[in-house]
Design a protein around this ligand. Structure first.
Ligand code: SAH
Length: 266
């Protein structure tokens, strides 16, 4: 049995020795983008605690006998505070169960996976992390936007567009010539983000792409210049999870990308 098998470990006396928590990345949507390890754990876990962003097609893989708990953590609509999620993971593992904490994308990219790992470690509960395809990588592949390119970008940065004190964040140097900036959770603050980047010296006509619902059937790729970011988001009614990719790589093969965007939007 490999160390990843979620079968309960039973001591010689027949008493369950203790469960384990797996922090599993569910990727951006398409179940085909799960790692084999993630798929195996999802199918076999006894308890699954998942976020709102986990695709329903992935939740369909869960064993019918498993307990499925939605932590439904979405901006300003927290149904379960982080400390309660941590406590649930610890309690279920202490009860001897094998727990999968299932997160959209990768657990360690804006997923609060670090806090959950720390909570488990502090409680003396075994914990393991299974990486997932983060939204930036899923979107890059699906929309054919190479985040680095020998001729156009040798630096790529991931930033959170929704965070405390956005205006105090120092993004200088993350966008501009030869660089790609990927903004997660930026749709609601798009106007402030564009203003901030322009105030920091980025040209208003810097090209960008908004990739909504990457790796899902309803994916859309919207293209704009920085100055028109919030306008395109409003006019196209971006509702689903989306990342904003800023930089010259989004302008390469522009016609092909337009075609792709149109196909995807249909
Ligand atoms: N851990 C996740 C990120 C969680 S933060 C990951 O690694 O992808 C939530 C943000 O991720 C959303 O606001 C959005 O910006 C982005 N996101 C998640 N899934 C997405 C998807 N399918 N398409 C585009 N963006 C997505």
């Amino acid at each position: 049995m490999s160390q990843n098998d979620p079968a309960p470990r039973v001591s010689a006396s027949g008493v369950t020795a203790g469960g384990k928590v797996w922090l599993v990345g569910a990727g951006p949507g398409d179940p085909d983008l799960l790692t084999l390890r993630a798929a195996r754990l999802i199918m076999r876990a006894e308890v699954i605690v998942h976020d709102a962003l986990v695709d329903p097609r992935i939740l369909a893989l869960v064993s019918p006998s498993a307990r499925l708990v939605s932590a439904a953590k979405r901006r300003s609509r927290h149904t379960m505070p982080q400390h309660a999620i941590n406590a649930l993971l610890v309690a279920e593992a202490r009860a001897g169960r094998e727990v999968v904490r299932l997160k959209g994308g990768d657990p360690f990219i804006f997923g609060r996976g670090g806090e959950e790992v720390e909570a488990c470690r502090e409680a003396g509960v075994a914990v393991e992390v299974v990486p997932g395809i983060t939204a930036a990588m899923g979107a890059a592949a699906a929309a054919q936007l190479p985040l680095t390119h020998r001729d156009a970008a040798s630096v790529v940065s991931f930033v959170a567009g929704q965070c405390k004190g956005l205006t105090e964040q120092n993004w200088a140097g993350l966008a501009g010539a030869g660089r790609t900036l990927v903004i997660y959770m930026g749709v609601a603050n798009a106007d402030a983000i564009a203003r901030k980047l322009i105030a920091d010296g980025l040209a208003p006509d810097t090209p960008l792409a908004v990739v909504e619902n990457a790796a899902r059937p309803e994916m859309r790729v919207l293209r704009a210049h920085l100055a028109a970011l919030s306008q395109v988001i409003a006019s196209k009614g971006v509702q689903g999870p989306a990342i904003i990719v800023i930089g010259a790589i989004t302008a390469r093969g522009e016609n092909d990308l337009r075609m792709l965007a149109l196909e995807m939007a249909q």
